[in-house]
Each structure stands twice: as structure tokens, then as C-alpha cells.
Design a protein. Sequence first.
Length: 255
Amino acid sequence: MFIDTHVHLNADQYEEDVEEVIQRAIDANVEKMVVVGFDTKTINKAMELVEQYPFIYGVIGWHPVDAVDCTESDLQWIKELSAHPKVVGIGETGLDYYWDKSPKDIQQELFRKQIQLAKEVDLPIIIHNRDATGDVVRILQEENAAEVGGIMHCYSGSVETAAQCIEMNFLISLGGPVTFKNARMPKEVATKIPLDKLLIETDAPYLAPHPYRGKRNEPSYVTLVAEEIARLKEMSVEEVAKQTTANALQLFKIQ
């Protein structure tokens, strides 16, 4: 069994065929999926999906790119929704210095607030990091995020930074890029980081793995991520599936 620990089935790209996409995932032995909502629209849709499907769970938070749009009442709403038994994490939150919609100081303030919220409701934090590694690690340390831990989502950094994050109680999640021919760092992380510290995800509809690169991603393709990790670690896909599933169940406190 596989768990896609980060998927956006709530995205507009699935409006026409979400049921078929979910069925293909089930047929590929992806037995659980965690749908991430990161603004008002996608959080509402994520909550609909967790109500509709027994094997879909939700993570809710506010994306750093849209930090300027987040109000105190939005955070209060996220806090209230987090009491739902199938909400298993806060996020994705973090920092994104690639897009310039939200100033860095506003992103950092919202990131801190969501770490504090996660600690308050005792849920793991799902971290988005783009071009902001130093500040992400520093803020996680300053806010004592290790108290709840979480996931470094779609990790693309170095083995050394991954080790720092693992020390803070975070798991390292690898997605489609680990299958790309030129993805040196994700492949090195997959090789060197112990399997009990790894998760697999798609981040669908984005970042489709090889041979679907550039096309719409979907949760059934998480098996291709597992296959590449198995190849790099010289072990069976079954071992990768079993351990990454166990890691996810433990982190999210899912039976």
C-alpha cells in the first residue's frame, strides 16, 4: 500500500474528472491520500473531499505566496477546522522567495503564526520552502517547531539541511523531481537519508514524475516516486511502500 502524503485533488485541474483520478490511485494501491488546502477556496474543497471519501485526509493552512491575503479571522477559521478528526496537519506553510507577491517579512510573520497554531492544536506542520532554506530552518528552530515536527514537503535541498530538519522532528518528503534525470540533490537525499525518515508524495497536479514530466500529475504516479527511491536504495518497492506508509501513519496519527 502507498500513501500520497501531499496532493491537491482540490485544484481546478481536477474539476472534470476527480472521481476517475481517485479511482486510478486506488487501482494503483494508493490507499490513502492527504489533500492540502492552502487558501479559502482550496481549504473548503479539501474539507468536502475528506467528508466524501473515507481514505482521504486533510491538511489545512495558508500558502506563503498568498501571505498578504491572510487575515486573523482566516487563521481562527483554520484553527476551528483543525478540530475535525480527519484534519491531520497544518500547512502548507513556510517561505517562498521565488514569487514576489508577499513581502518576506509578512511571509515570515505568518509562518511563525502557523507554527504556533500547529503547536496549539498539536498537529504536524507541512513546510513549503522555495529559495528560502536559511530562513525556514532558522524560524523552525526559533519557534521550537520540533515540539510537533512535520514534513519538509517536496524536498529539494541538501543532505546536510535534511539532517538538520530530521533533528527537529521533521520527515523528508520526496516527489516527482527525484525521478528527473538531472535531479542530483533529491537523488542524493533518497540515497543517503534513512528510509524511516522519508515520505513519498506527488504534489499533483504539479511536478509529474518521469515519464509524465510536464503533464498533469495525479496520485497514482506516487508509485513511480517509490520505484525510483527503491532503485537508488537498492531495495524492493514493497520495502519502500511499507516503510513510507508506516512513517506517514505514525506522523499523521492515522489508523
